[in-house]
Design a protein around this ligand. Sequence first.
Ligand code: GSH
Length: 180
Amino acid sequence: MNWTSRSQSIRCPPRNASINSLNPSGKVPILLDGNDAIIDSVAICQYLADKHGQCTFRAGTIERAHQDSFTQFATDDVESCLWTVSKHKFVLPEGLRVPAVKEACRYDFDRAIETLAKRLGSKNYVMGNTFTVPDLLLGHCGGWAESIGWTVNDAIVADYISRVRARPAFIGTYAARIQA
Ligand SMILES: N[C@@H](CCC(=O)N[C@@H](CS)C(=O)NCC(=O)O)C(=O)O
């Protein structure tokens, strides 16, 4: 396989030989950049933002510290609930699945949404008027929640998620993904 193609997206199932050679966990996604392979989706997003100087504040600034705090909040407090529920629904070996975990995850998810509403206030995006990496992650989580039938029980956060997902860049990327 030619790893040097720059704008091509290659569909590869997890744990196949090519993936295993690039990521010891066998997990996807992987960003191929020149002869390098970057693993872990948040690192990939932040790398692309830094590299292109968009959707991010500069490392070492106070704004970046707050932005990174939102990034960690998106993964630790919001995405972890969705991921745990999904793992116990269809990812883990059947014998290890605990359906009751759903209640605890939903509880934590609602708490996270409450917190996000407070942190967001009347801002357009988590960092104000500038769209940054954590908005991308939280918008993704919003779609994920909807796909498993979880309503976002807060008008501020629900509006925010709609706003993020109504951006032309999101709509274009989503359409390209469906066609791929
Ligand atoms: N920390 C990784 C996790 C990636 C991940 O869990 N990928 C799933 C697909 S969404 C996977 O490849 N699972 C295969 C496996 O667990 O073996 C990231 O954020 O990219």
